[in-house]
Design a protein around this ligand. Sequence first.
Ligand SMILES: NC(=O)c1ccc[n+]([C@@H]2O[C@H](COP(=O)([O-])OP(=O)(O)OC[C@H]3O[C@@H](n4cnc5c(N)ncnc54)[C@H](O)[C@@H]3O)[C@@H](O)[C@H]2O)c1
Length: 258
Amino acid sequence: MAKNRVLPYPIIAVNDADTKHLFDNRYGTGQSTLDGILRATNILLAGMNFVVAGYGWCGRGIAMRASGAGAKVIVSEVDPLRALEAVMDGYQVMSLKDAARIGDVFVTATGNKSVIARDHFLKMKDGAIVANSGHFNVEIDIPSLEELSQSKKKARDFVEEFTLENGRKIYLLAEGRLVNLSAAEGHPAMVMDMSFANQALCVAHLVKKKGILKKKVYPVPNNIDKQVARMKLKTLGVRLNRLTAEQKIYQAGWKEGT
Ligand SMILES: NC(=O)c1ccc[n+]([C@@H]2O[C@H](COP(=O)([O-])OP(=O)(O)OC[C@H]3O[C@@H](n4cnc5c(N)ncnc54)[C@H](O)[C@@H]3O)[C@@H](O)[C@H]2O)c1
């Protein structure tokens, strides 16, 4: 919208704050996505091939927690850097086409659409479970799944069983909507506190800068990020070291230590 000059007012990209995506997206989505999948299905994750599409902040949280539960995590990406990170974090990385054949559970966290699509459904094993924890219920191409199916029925709360023309069954969780919000309770307040603090402080910042900020997208001011982190640490009873005067001079200098 900024590029097309149609923003009606200044925007602060709160999602890009470190105290948002490093915590809410990673640890919040990581934990609550598994919570949603487990509440809906009661499956045992240990030993399962668990496919995560998108290795952003949400995806890496989901991958980390699934791996901790004993699943064999497979990551699928479009970005070479993110894919490489996933490789070096110890996951198998492959195209979704390849992963479709071997996955037991699939979770999308890309912010994109039709990430799991017609061709993938056709390759999936009987009993595959498909869920979304990304942006919206378009990450999984549900119209294609409907088209490929000869019947569907409710298997459990938040679990729809699709029987494909090829006889295989695919289980779609929470209608492809965010599984952590639909089938569980979303993120714990213990991580949302930082996101909401960010939002509140950014609104205060916008008010203070009224008339000065343009109709553009601004990053969260670094002092707000730091303030939120400091407040969170205080509530956790964690204290920081303080840089000594000598250390500050050393950090800023170039004459010593090179
Ligand atoms: N479930 C929740 O409660 C919750 C919480 C926070 C954010 N979100 C949503 O989750 C989504 C991801 O957030 P994020 O912070 O991880 O974003 P991000 O931008 O860090 O990561 C998204 C990743 O998906 C990858 N990607 C895009 N298209 C792809 C495709 N077709 N196949 C494979 N990978 C693809 C990108 O390369 C990127 O690495 C966003 O839509 C966000 O709004 C959900």
